[in-house]
Design a protein. Sequence first.
Length: 95
Amino acid sequence: MVTIKREIVNAGHGYLAPFLLAVHSTANPGATARNHRDLWSRGYDYAVHLTSDWCEAIQCVEYDRLCWQVGNGNSTCLGIEICEDLWVPAPPSVE
């Protein structure tokens, strides 16, 4: 299990009272949670609440702040970006 590291790098875009989760794949194999956190720390308007790879999970935005991540669902969701690491094999499939 990985402990979520709280490293707030973006203020979000207003108040949020989420009741859903939006889980999204970054679709850029090799990028890590740290890569995404570092990118969002440079003043980008876009960020999500949590980003996670096989080694770490990082909270980048407070949970009560709105993020631009899923279009019309932004006002309802906490956003989680799941990263695909090139060097870690995918877990075995469940049948």
